[in-house]
Design a protein around this ligand. Structure first.
Ligand code: PBG
Length: 327
């Protein structure tokens, strides 16, 4: 009897056949570009994130125009405030850094999707993600009330999606209620549902000057060991009214992305965080790995795991990289 040998390589013969059977696709329409905005007047490169900058307000339109030309139509804004206090007051001030930036962007680019990160760590002197009590713990109710004020203020400035990243229980419910009560029923919530207590945020914390002055974030961010808890967090957020569920970081948590995708009906986003960016960037700057191929491979892996949307500092590279797949 003649043995029939299976030959999967018939489907790898040339670029057209490979494209024909490709199971995972990247598209610039599903990429969100994170942008750091500062109240200082100079555009400054972030040392721990080569190729990423703090943008002053008067340079923000130009950088967004570059991204638009590359097909990017969504940004996530992070503010570096001019001053900090115990309560993160800049976040609830109509002249705060995010409010000013959002107004500028909304006016110039009416169709751009604006996500605004909603957290307090870079706005508070203690560096924690909420208002803290005398024991140094997050005061949940005070923080949630501050989060409601922040949300209304960001929405009023023109934010499309409030994106709470503080991991305070009830954050989605409280934000939804305050948006609805203040005439912002049309604004959405992207929730950082499963945000792990991760070393991969290191470069961001340097960039945003947001490290906790004392202690760590283990009492509110998730233990990297847990996946069932991540599903629980995602479901809770969905029940509380989140429109988009996010997992963060991305590459070390592909299993979480995949499982959460099975369990929720909302779109799932993944955040390829600063440490993931800087690892690829520094290794490729040394020619230890091929930068473009590594970026592409990492983004495809995140998609393959089930992410619909990816937040990535490589946003402006995606257009070019999709093109390179044709070869
Ligand atoms: C704010 C926030 C952080 C990141 C996004 N929002 C930092 C943190 O939780 O310490 C990290 C993003 C990145 O590393 O790229 N809480």
């Amino acid at each position: 009897m003649k043995l029939i040998l299976s030959r999967p390589d018939r489907l790898r013969k040339n670029p057209s056949i490979r494209a024909l059977i490709r199971e995972t696709r990247l598209s610039v329409e599903q990429i969100i570009r994170p942008i750091f905005v500062t109240s200082k007047s100079e555009k400054v490169e972030i040392p721990s994130m080569p190729g990423q900058f703090h943008f002053p307000l008067d340079k923000i339109e130009q950088t967004i125009e570059n991204s638009l030309r590359l097909g990017i139509n969504a940004v996530m804004l992070f503010g570096i405030p001019s001053s900090k206090d115990e309560w993160g007051s800049d976040t609830v001030n109509d002249l705060g850094i995010i409010q000013q930036t959002t107004r500028i962007i909304r006016k110039s680019f009416p169709d751009l999707i604006i996500f605004t990160d909603a957290c307090f760590c870079q706005y508070t002197t203690h560096g924690h993600c909420g208002i803290i009590d005398s024991h140094g713990n997050i005061d949940r109710l005070k923080s949630l009330s501050q989060l409601q004020k922040l949300s209304i203020s960001y929405a009023d400035a023109g934010s499309d999606f409030i994106s709470p990243s503080c991991m305070i229980d009830g954050m989605v419910k409280y934000i939804r209620e305050s948006l609805d009560e203040n005439g912002f029923e049309d604004r959405g919530i992207l929730s950082y549902s499963a945000k792990f207590e991760s070393a991969f945020y290191g470069p961001f914390r340097e960039a945003a000057d947001s490290s906790p002055q004392r202690g760590d974030r283990k009492k509110y961010q998730m233990d990297p060991c847990n996946i069932r808890e991540a599903i629980k967090e995602a479901k809770l957020d969905e029940d509380e009214g989140a429109d988009i569920i996010m997992i963060k970081p991305a590459l070390p948590y592909l299993d979480v992305i995949s499982k959460v995708k099975e369990k929720v009906l909302s779109p799932v986003a993944a955040y390829q965080v600063s440490g993931e960016y800087s690892m690829i960037k520094s290794a490729s700057n040394h020619n230890w790995i091929d930068g473009d191929r590594s970026i592409l491979e990492s983004l495809l892996a995140i998609k393959r795991a089930g992410a619909d949307i990816i937040i990535t500092y490589f946003a402006d590279d995606v257009y070019r990289l999709i093109d390179s797949l044709k070869k």
